[in-house]
Design a protein around this ligand. Sequence first.
Ligand code: ADP
Ligand code: MG
Length: 290
Amino acid sequence: ATPMSIIAGVGRAAELGVLVRDADALQRASRIDTLVFDKTGTLTAGAPQLDEVLTWRDWSRDAVVQAAAALERNASHPLAQAIVAAAGAASSGEIAQFRTIRGKGVSGILDGKALLLGNAALMQDNAVDLQQAQPDIERLSRQGATPVLLAQAGELIGLITLRDRLRPESKAALARLRQAGYRLMMLTGDREETARAIAQEAGIDEVIAGVLPEAKAQTIAALQQQGRRVAMVGDGINDAPALAQADVGIAMGGGSDVAVETAPITLMRADLNSVADALALASATLRNIR
Ligand code: ADP
Ligand code: MG
């Protein structure tokens, strides 16, 4: 290999808005065959909007949203930001004993009420009966929405629906990558039905859902053990170990600093076309050398 042309390739990538840490990263990028995408903030805009709110046990819609927002003011997840934004400026009280349950949700005490907020797995872990909400959970998930559940003292009191949109360029950029022959996969902590609905809209066939943050890197390692050469594209703190495990980690511009520090390739813009640009450039650069 002529190092000069690889260095030129790194420079050319920068012109396209792709920061490649070193020549080796470009070489590895030229050999990958599988692309794994995080869902929230990578394939989607990462700015979910509040939609339907359902309540039980005499809780009003407003009381459910305010209680959820009081909890989420302590959290940093994109879902948390959406719930806080939807609740507006009204202060909804201080939370005692706030806890984050990674990849599942949050908990805490508001005005003496023990609250639990998060996904169905979190509710099941805490023996909250979801039977009455199950048809709605399934209906909303199949539409690609994320249902966030609120329980008080072990009983379901609310369901808050959040909808995230695909990035405007996702479909076209993924079509380009598929055309280039890459195997495309989605890796997410969200539930299976929600993930599948969004994957289908984006044009991704393979979905690995319900994966806890710490298991994302193991999922990448398992693909590598099958002989796949994997690039992981992600934006979040949660994604950092998977970005590090992949043959090439690609951090979305505007994502978390941790993701950017971990990944050998960083996209200056949050634009999936840059992934296709970067991989095409890597292949072209290395093809000229061989
Ligand atoms: P993702 O792959 O979407 O980044 P995460 O591992 O961050 O997934 O979260 C997985 C799931 O856990 C979310 O889809 C959501 O249902 C739930 N969850 C995580 N954090 C929160 C939170 N702060 N509030 C509500 N739900 C949460
Ligand atoms: Mg993400």
